[in-house]
Design a protein around this ligand. Sequence first.
Ligand code: AMP
Length: 122
Amino acid sequence: MAYDPENVFAKILRGEIPCNKVYEDEFALAFHDINPQAPVHVLVIPKGEYVSMADFTADAPAELVVGYMRAVGKVADELGLIEPGYRTIANAGPNSHQEVPHLHIHIMGGKPLGPMLDKSFG
Ligand code: AMP
């Protein structure tokens, strides 16, 4: 899938629309999800034009892959989630219900989150 530079997270990265920022470094930007599904729900996005984990890990410079993943861990730590626990999710493609075609890792926590997935796929 080709990267669409008009997606909402690209606009946030360019500063064209605001976000509720929690962390930023040269590799990543983290901000609160606009429609939180847990008491803590933060999105971490890489600073680069990548749709999902597959093209990011295949095509991004190693320094960016490492820097981005370190940022995810750092944000979870700064949010106080390490001890109580948390969940990371990265949706990719139609079956996952990915809405925004710029790689993002959801960090969710702040309460017991229940089972990982709906068990009714049977
Ligand atoms: P996904 O379904 O994995 O693509 O998740 C996209 C997420 O982006 C959803 O949880 C939305 O609530 C969130 N979202 C969409 N637009 C914004 C925005 N402008 N600021 C913050 N979060 C957003």
